[in-house]
Ligand binder design. Structure first.
Ligand SMILES: C[S@@+](CC[C@H](N)C(=O)[O-])C[C@H]1O[C@@H](n2cnc3c(N)ncnc32)[C@H](O)[C@@H]1O
Length: 242
């Protein structure tokens, strides 16, 4: 799972015993060599789908980390791209490594639950970060996204179908979440990262309650499951006129 340039088991353990913010500060220099960075095929597929949805002027990558999604936005936004994250370490790496040609790029350190922007964006994306939010935080998070979108803007993110119960992937995710729940029951500060808490049905309901109209687009590059449903979809949420 980890390349030789990635973190050692000891480094991962120290990071996982920190807060989310400080854990990512520590992980930042090696983050791009971990499976936690969104893989390029997912980024490319979302960029292709957004090209069919756009064009866009100003884009925001929520929880941008080392800038994986900023690269996507730079391909579909004409004027400006902003990456926001609360880890200064991740933003430092992003600033150094991600310098796309094209739109202006800004990096902003802020908590996604309290975004320091007005309604300035016509596209908000997010990759691989929703597991850091408890289900009870989603209404506030989605409310923040809605507040930074222009009325005709959209919020888009990929969602991978959960692994089939009993499969290796199912047991791996379950095992990871159980370990994190035990860790959070006995250790402070908490490190919230639960893979199984972000479920498409619930998320769709929360987006609708936050004032979005939700559409699901299959990302065809990833094929479909045995029951014919897509393996990976892109959620596209647009503000309902108030
Ligand atoms: C798994 S990384 C994903 C990074 C990047 N989006 C990617 O796909 O490679 C999760 C990122 O979310 C950030 N993050 C988690 N909770 C956050 C919050 N409340 N506000 C801002 N950033 C947050 C972390 O600092 C980290 O950079």
């Amino acid at each position: 799972m980890f390349s030789p340039e990635g973190p050692s088991l000891r480094e991962l353990a120290v990071q996982a015993l920190s807060s989310v913010e400080h854990g990512y500060d520590l992980l930042a220099p090696k983050f791009d060599h971990t499976p936690f960075r969104t893989p390029d095929p997912v980024l490319d597929s979302v960029a292709r789908a957004l090209r069919r949805t756009g064009p866009f002027d100003a884009g925001l990558d929520l929880c941008c980390g080392t800038g994986a999604g900023v690269g996507v936005l730079a391909r579909v936004c004409r004027e400006s791209v902003t990456g926001v994250d609360f880890s200064a370490g991740m933003l430092d790496v992003a600033r150094e490594r991600v310098r796309p040609a094209g739109p202006r790029v800004d990096w902003v350190r802020a908590d996604a639950r309290a975004l320091p922007f007005g309604p300035a964006f016509d596209l908000v994306v997010s990759f691989g970060a929703f597991g850091h939010f408890l289900p009870r935080e989603l209404p506030g998070l989605f409310g923040q996204v809605r507040s930074v979108l222009r009325p005709d803007g959209c919020f888009a993110f990929p969602v991978v179908a959960p692994p089939r119960p009993g499969s290796l992937g199912y047991w791996m995710l379950l095992g990871f979440d159980v370990v994190m729940r035990v860790r959070n029951a006995v250790w402070r500060p908490p490190f919230v990262m639960y893979y199984r808490a972000f479920r498409l049905g619930d998320v769709r309901g929360e987006l609708e309650r936050a004032g979005f109209r939700v559409e699901l687009m299959a990302l065809p590059e990833f094929g479909s499951r045995g029951d014919g449903s897509p393996r990976v979809r892109m959620v596209v949420a647009r503000p309902r006129p108030s």
